[in-house]
Design a protein around this ligand. Structure first.
Ligand code: PXP
Length: 253
């Protein structure tokens, strides 16, 4: 199987903030995590400032802006408050997503036929007028890609959650169907001159199959799995660092 062109990797650091907020301390610091991700080769960072501030908070924004050298993608709902904050920060990309108060994570793409007009006046026009490129998080539905192109945005981010769920359930027919829908949507978006981003539920297990099947990917964004993997890939080293300290101290005592 030949791999398609390598997309950029953007790391979503929201869950570093989730961990920080759990103790109300200043660590772990999402901006520090962003620096480590970029030093390791990541092409940029995504953060989602939710209206309930459950993970990233306003005070993280200038720190992330100062730290991130590559793409800084400000993911947000299209509200007046968020648009103001985004224009003040001037990230390299703004990804507009639907936001439900009760949801655990973003559950699907924007319902473009229902929200296109509001999205344009409230967010797309002011953001683009301030020089911020806009990406719309959409389900891999041809009519929604057509609408995104008609709205004049720079990019779409294709929702990969249904593919990831099918993969997790081991349902190979469904995987084939879902990845096929995304591949077709990516092709259409590319033909329409849109940059093609993708994300949600991608991980070390499903990523190879995804990248092998989908062309034209510009950026993929990965959060929950990558930050979770970092815990387990780093836990052994960390325990050894503590033990070295403990043993060093007892030997010296
Ligand atoms: N893209 C968007 C628009 C998202 O809302 C999220 C989740 O915050 C992601 C990508 C990353 O998804 P995951 O955390 O499952 O990797």
């Amino acid at each position: 199987m030949t791999m398609n062109t390598r997309p950029k990797l953007l790391v979503n650091i929201d869950h570093v903030a989730t961990l920080r907020n759990a103790r109300g301390e200043g660590f772990p610091d999402p901006a520090r995590a962003a620096g480590i991700c970029e030093a390791a080769g990541a092409d940029g960072i995504v953060f989602h400032l939710r209206s309930d501030r459950r993970h990233i908070r306003d005070e993280d924004l200038p720190a992330l802006k100062a730290m991130v050298k590559g793409t800084l993608d400000f993911e947000m709902a299209a509200t007046q408050e968020m648009v103001g904050l985004c224009i003040d920060l001037k990230p390299s990309l703004c990804t507009l997503v639907p936001e439900g108060r009760e949801e655990l994570t973003t559950e699907g793409g924007l319902d473009l036929p229902a929200v296109a007009e509001e999205l344009t006046t409230l967010a797309i026009t002011p953001l683009q007028s301030s020089g911020i490129p806009v990406s719309l998080f959409v389900d891999p539905v041809p009519a929604h890609i057509d609408m995104a192109a008609a709205l004049g945005v720079e990019a779409v981010e294709l929702h990969t959650g249904t593919f990831a769920n099918a993969w997790m359930q081991g349902d190979s027919d469904q995987v084939k169907y879902e990845v096929g829908r995304i591949a077709d949507a990516a092709e259409l978006a590319h033909q329409k001159g849109l940059l093609v981003n993708a994300g949600h539920g991608l991980n070390l297990d499903n990523l190879h199959a995804f990248l092998s099947a989908v062309s034209h990917l510009h950026e993929i964004s990965i959060g929950h799995a990558l930050i979770s993997d970092a815990l387990f890939l780093g836990l052994s080293t960390t325990v050894k660092a503590y033990l070295a300290l403990i043993h060093g101290q007892t030997e010296g005592a």
